[in-house]
Each structure stands twice: as C-alpha cells, then as structure tokens.
Write a protein that binds this ligand. Structure first.
Ligand code: AMP
Ligand code: MG
Length: 447
C-alpha cells in the first residue's frame, strides 16, 4: 500500500505489529546472518569488553601437573586406613618446586610435606590437610583418613593441551582475560567495532550544548543510545538532529546508512509529523516489523535498506518477516520511539542483539529472572492492555532475600524514574493486579 506522497503525511503506513517474542525472534534470526568486521590485534587488557576473533587454546595441560589444593602431607590413602597413623616424613615440595622422583617420592608408611599449588610427588595418591596432623621430629601423626584423589587436581582434568578454552565470538570479561593470560597470550585478536549511526529526529530536539527554547528539549536520546551502543560492543556515530521535514530527514538517513547499522529515534508514531517510516520507505526499505505489542515502545520499527539504491518513486513500504539477511550493500535499521524510556527499553530488547552480532558476538538469549514482589501492583495496571509491559523497578534486599519494587513514574518520558531503577518488571498482557509476595519475572537493566 503506498503512502501519500504529500507532506505532512496523514495516511497510515502498512503495518506489521507483532508480539514481543515474535519481534525478538525476527531480530535474532537476522542477527545470525550478519558478518562482523575484520580483526585487529590488541594488548590483552585493551581487549576487555571486545569480542574475540580467534579461539583461545590451552598451550599445555591444565593443571600442568597433579596439583595439591591444600597445605599438608602427600600420602598414600591406604596408609591411613586406620587412624591415628604415624608416617615418616621424607621430604618437602613447595609451590614452584619439582619433586624429582629419585629424591622425593612417597613409599609405604611415608609422607611428603606439601604446599598448595605444588606438584604431587610420585607414589602419593592423596593429600591430607595440615589441620589434621601433628609433626614431631621426622614423624607426622595423621588423625583423619583420606580417599584416593582427595585434595589434589589431576593433571589435564581442567583442560588438555589444544582444547579450546574461549570460543571465537566470546566477549572478553575478567574471566576470559584470566584464561588468555594463563595460556600466555599477552595480545589477542578481536573484531573491529561496528559503526552505529545514531540519528535523532524532531523539530523540538536541540543539541545538549544549546539553550533550549520554551518548547524545546535537549537531545538526551543520542547520548543514552551512544552509551548503550558502546556497552553492546559498537562505536556510536552521532549524526546531526533531523528536523521533521522529509528532505533533510532523508539526507541524514542516507548519511547514517554509510555506517554498519542505523538507529533512529523519534518520528515513528502515528503523529502527523512522524515521518521516519515514510522516509525509509522512499529509500527502498524492507520492514520486518513496524510495531511490537509492548509498553513502553510499541511503535518500534525494524528493517533494512539498500544503501545507495535509487529511491522508490511511489514510496511503497514492503513488509516481510522472512529471515533473509540483507546482501552486503543492505543495511539494517531500527526506528526507536522518541520517548526516552521507550528508546532505552527498545534498544535493550531489539537493537542490542543485532549490534552484538555485528560486533562478532555469539547471540545471547534474553533471559528473565524471577523475584518476589514487595508491594501489590494494582493502580499502575488499572488500564487493561493487550501489551506486555516492562516497568522500571528496583531489585533490592540483602543476600538471598531479594525483593522487587516498582518505581513511581510518570510514563515513558520519565528518565529520572528510569535512572532510579535497576531492572524492569515484566507484566503479561491483560494483567490487572499482582499481589505482594508473588514471584514475578524481571529483566535486569544492563549497565
Ligand atoms: P516522538 O517519538 O517523535 O513522537 O517523540 C516522543 C516524545 O519523545 C516527545 O515528547 C519528544 O519530545 C521526545 N523525544 C523525541 N526525541 C527525543 C530525543 N532525541 N531526546 C529526548 N527526548 C526526545
Ligand atoms: Mg517527533
């Protein structure tokens, strides 16, 4: 169905409103088809937060020897079948020392003093903790028995030489850094970050450095999005603010399509001056969805555009949900609603996995946790809706006693409320009340 080519347009675009789960699956399917950029080699610590372009492989067995996990005595378990037992101490192995079998081994009725991290001497098959022993001259009294294999880790039981310890596509966190260091990699190969264009739209939106007029607001979305892009592994490219005027908007969209992906905010609702979908349609966009049954964020749009392709004269909008990946010259875009909380929520739910994929990351499922609700939720739900809601909330409490509480908010423009929250309560469609003490799903807010 064509748009009216008049400006401003009052005709409704072809819409494809899908459920939350369906929308997420559509994005995930497309995300599996994208290719990351080429690789670069960086110092290990510079690699923190970056995505590995190579697998990290064990260069030796882990542990590289049978390693004591306690300070005590290396023994033969059968010598402690009856306790207390008295064993002859024939040597000592400290961490970093190698127990030469000819000089330091454990025979029947014997023990070798051993420290945590030291190699188990020949003949021993267990370590007894020093706490259960008393040493007098060259004899140790052992008061507790041990089983074979106790208090040491067998060579190669954590990993064998050549095993892949970190897969390509894994984002390096502190544990990954530890593994790379343990196998001797002071430099790692990571993917270059995808360039993510951030385009804010709206006649009322002004730069952060400008003094806003009485009806103007500062462009907070460009900054929250840039921060979210960075945390998803991308590099944000902030474009000029697009006015609600088709020609300039289209020019800026085309500029954005030079990047690896384009994020727009604002202008995707049903208002008279919401021109984003139309402008994208004129650039031969294919839309995979033009709305999702969620709140906040219902008007979110996802599609792809062929960069540099001639504009379609009739401005037709093609809607499809197939998992076809765009050809290399097609670029994905998300049109996120302009309300700041909607922008942030829809980024987390839909744009993040695509940016992570462009960054080379193996796709991660979105997982909801559950926690107990502190106070009844009723008034906030009095308007029944078919939409799945993501309401800002605080997960607080101590240790195992986590409790979930809704943050008071004024709707999807309320950034202050979102800043106080650390998660979203996930409320199913048509829910009118949730009682105190109920276990309910939540989505942690990524930092
Ligand atoms: P829209 O999605 O364009 O209808 O905008 C919805 C609401 O979000 C309006 O109140 C806008 O003023 C506000 N808004 C739009 N863009 C931004 C932005 N870049 N930063 C902050 N608020 C915005
Ligand atoms: Mg607007």
């Amino acid at each position: 169905m064509p748009f009216s080519s008049d400006h401003p347009s009052s005709s409704a675009p072809v819409t494809q409103v899908v459920s939350f789960e369906e929308a997420r699956h559509i994005v995930e399917r497309h995300a599996t088809g994208v290719c990351p950029k080429d690789a670069e080699t960086v110092d290990l610590l510079t690699g923190l937060g970056r995505v590995l372009a190579e697998g990290v492989v064990a260069d030796r067995d882990f542990p590289p020897f049978d390693r004591a996990t306690r300070d005590g005595y290396a023994v033969r378990a059968e010598d402690l079948a009856e306790v207390p037992a008295h064993l002859e101490v024939v040597g000592e192995v400290k961490a970093g020392a190698w127990p030469d079998p000819g000089v330091c081994s454990v025979g029947r009725g014997q023990a070798v003093e051993i420290m945590t991290g030291a190699p188990l001497p020949a003949g021993a098959d267990a370590v007894v903790m020093v706490e259960h022993t008393s040493l007098t001259a060259k004899t140790v009294e052992v008061r507790r028995g041990v089983s074979t294999g106790e208090n040491f880790v067998l060579r190669g039981s954590e990993a064998r030489t050549g095993n892949v310890l970190l897969d390509r596509g894994r984002r390096l966190d502190h544990a990954g850094i530890a593994i790379a260091a343990a196998v001797g990699k002071s430099r790692v190969q990571v993917f270059r970050k995808p360039r993510v264009a951030v385009l804010s739209t709206g006649d009322e939106v002004v730069d952060v450095d400008a003094t806003p007029g009485p009806a103007q607001i500062r462009n907070s979305n460009a900054y929250s999005l840039a921060a979210q892009v960075q945390s998803a592994g991308g590099e944000a490219v902030r474009l000029a603010i697009a006015p609600d005027e088709p020609r300039r908007l289209r020019a800026l969209i085309e500029e954005g399509l030079d990047c690896d992906i384009l994020l727009l905010t604002g202008g995707v609702s049903m208002g008279k001056y919401d021109l984003v979908v139309q402008a994208l349609g004129e650039l031969n966009a294919e839309f995979y969805f033009t709305g999702v049954e969620i709140q906040p964020g219902r008007p979110v749009v996802f599609g792809s555009c062929s960069a540099g392709a001639p504009a379609r004269a009739d401005g037709d909008v093609v809607v499809g949900t197939q998992a076809m990946a765009p050809t290399p010259h097609r670029k994905y875009f998300f049109g996120l609603p302009g309300n700041p909380v909607s922008t942030m929520v829809t980024f987390e739910l839909f744009a993040r996995p695509m940016i992570e994929a462009l960054a080379g990351m193996t796709p991660q499922p979105l997982i909801f946790l559950r926690a107990r609700l502190k106070l009844e939720i009723r008034t906030e739900l009095r308007k029944k809706t078919r939409l799945k809601r993501f309401l800002p909330a605080v997960l607080a409490g101590e240790f195992e006693n986590a409790e979930l509480e809704l943050v008071r908010w004024q709707g999807s423009g309320d950034i202050a409320a979102l800043a106080r929250a650390n998660c979203y309560i996930v409320i199913p469609p048509n829910c009118e009340r949730i009682g105190a003490g109920e276990w309910i799903p939540l989505l942690m807010r990524s930092s």
